[in-house]
Design a binder for this molecule. Structure first.
Ligand SMILES: *[C@@H]1O[C@H](CO)[C@@H](O)[C@H](O)[C@H]1NC(C)=O
Ligand SMILES: *[C@@H]1O[C@H](CO)[C@@H](O)[C@H](O)[C@H]1NC(C)=O
Ligand SMILES: *[C@@H]1O[C@H](CO)[C@@H](O)[C@H](O)[C@H]1NC(C)=O
Ligand SMILES: *[C@@H]1O[C@H](CO)[C@@H](O)[C@H](O)[C@H]1NC(C)=O
Ligand SMILES: *[C@@H]1O[C@H](CO)[C@@H](O)[C@H](O)[C@H]1NC(C)=O
Ligand SMILES: *[C@@H]1O[C@H](CO)[C@@H](O)[C@H](O)[C@H]1NC(C)=O
Ligand SMILES: *[C@@H]1O[C@H](CO)[C@@H](O)[C@H](O)[C@H]1NC(C)=O
Ligand SMILES: *[C@@H]1O[C@H](CO)[C@@H](O)[C@H](O)[C@H]1NC(C)=O
Length: 337
């Protein structure tokens, strides 16, 4: 029984709900286009002759070792389309809490399917994540994201706070919401079966901090503190999965403050237990090469495939951590000469 192995109190096969936190900024909200032309989800499940590129399919280790565009091994985008409609996940429910008219609120709530991105017309990492998890238990994704937010200010964790740099409002609002939701899961998950376990955290963030040298070079300390503080509040062995911030030109990125974010996201895995980082730069689709879904380098050019793969590898990381068999590949942020 995949999920039961490393959790203390579960009998094999017991169907306790697994709850995951999915946190970050606009790339966790999600800008992958659902319906539309090139790069959209509808286009991806459509006739293959309309799709331009043949990317190699690489697993997490190979994706980290090759500087090339790739598809994520284990992702099955065609399973999302029934032939006449999008498929609804049989076991994954999403509660997405974030930006509603300038304040926090419920953005969307329901069974996982395309349309849980920053609006109904888009997807974020939740789609690939939910569909890549084992389907033998009910799953609740508590997605909490707000576009344009940084780790240095908006998500600043308590252990990083001082007199001039206080705890961030995203940290405060997220933790308050999470505690309230966990105390009454039927309020966010109508089918809640009465028992739950925290499966872990997915953190997909970093564009904001990567645009500022001071924030970028503080990122590793803040990320390590965020993980420690999440564990203080929600459980000391909470698995944390980090699909790295790879949207800035993918492998072509040479901006040191942006590469510093990826380096930091990798490096925390070398000294904090139960943290997995996945290479994502291969999932970047260049706008001019692919006539992409939108021309926004900071949003994976709205490519649905990119977001789906980011979620897929995040699930592989967290599943590996839960099962105790995740092997962290080296993520290389040195620019070739
Ligand atoms: C992908 O999903 C489709 C539709 O559910 C299924 O027919 C196909 O076998 C799956 N492919 C793989 C490789 O799992
Ligand atoms: C497609 O799925 C959506 C969401 O589940 C549903 O609202 C809609 O009625 C479905 N459309 C068809 C044609 O089945
Ligand atoms: C965050 O929560 C505080 C209360 O803790 C509230 O005053 C504030 O408006 C919230 N921020 C947003 C943007 O909703
Ligand atoms: C608080 O932290 C910020 C960011 O690391 C730093 O720039 C500032 O000097 C610190 N302030 C104090 C009073 O320690
Ligand atoms: C839990 O949430 C449900 C639905 O929002 C509500 O009806 C119920 O009163 C809440 N229970 C508690 C103990 O807050
Ligand atoms: C990664 O973190 C370790 C432990 O803090 C540190 O010794 C090492 O220098 C860091 N590596 C890089 C490349 O920054
Ligand atoms: C879609 O991509 C194809 C192949 O790259 C290209 O020929 C076509 O012009 C693109 N369509 C749009 C609307 O950009
Ligand atoms: C990282 O990449 C650089 C540039 O291509 C290369 O020189 C170096 O050998 C790589 N490091 C490792 C450990 O693979």
């Amino acid at each position: 029984m995949l999920w039961a192995i490393n959790f203390c109190c579960l009998a094999v096969g017991e169907a306790s709900t697994l709850v995951f936190f999915m946190l970050g900024q606009s790339n966790m909200e999600g800008h992958g286009l659902v319906d539309g032309g090139n790069g959209s989800l509808a286009w991806l499940v459509g006739p293959s002759e309309s799709q331009p590129a043949d990317w190699p399919t690489l697993d997490c280790k190979a994706a980290a070792a090759h500087r090339e565009g790739c598809d994520a091994a284990g992702a099955n985008i065609s399973a999302l389309w029934s032939g006449s409609n999008w498929t609804e996940s049989p076991n994954v429910w999403v509660d997405y809490w974030g930006n509603v008219g300038g304040t926090w609120g419920t953005v969307a709530n329901g069974p996982l399917q395309p349309g849980y991105g920053y609006d109904e017309g888009h997807i974020g990492p939740e789609l690939g994540f939910g569909f890549a998890l084992p389907s033998d238990r009910p799953v609740l994704l508590l997605k909490c994201a707000w576009g344009g937010t940084s780790l240095a200010f908006d998500w600043r964790p308590p252990s990083s706070a001082n007199a001039t740099a206080p705890v961030g409002w995203c940290w405060t609002n997220f933790t308050a919401h999470a505690r309230a939701a966990l105390a009454n899961l039927t309020s966010v998950y109508p089918g809640y079966d009465g028992t739950y376990e925290l499966g872990g955290v997915v953190w997909h963030q970093g564009w904001q901090d990567g645009g500022d040298r001071a924030m970028a070079y503080e990122y590793e300390v803040n990320l390590a503190n965020l993980i420690r503080d999440l564990r203080t509040d929600f459980g000391t062995s909470l698995p944390v999965s980090i699909p790295v911030q790879g949207t800035s030109q993918g492998w072509k990125d040479v901006v040191d403050s942006r590469l510093e974010i990826i380096r930091a996201q990798y490096n925390v895995t070398t000294y904090l237990p139960r943290v997995a980082a996945q290479e994502t730069r291969g999932f970047y689709r260049d706008y001019t090469e692919t006539s992409g879904a939108c021309d926004q380098v900071y949003h994976w050019n709205c490519n649905a495939e990119s977001y789906f793969y980011v979620g897929t590898v995040a699930a592989q990381g967290i599943t590996g951590l839960i099962n105790g068999d995740w092997e962290q590949p080296f993520i290389n942020t040195t620019i070739p000469i």
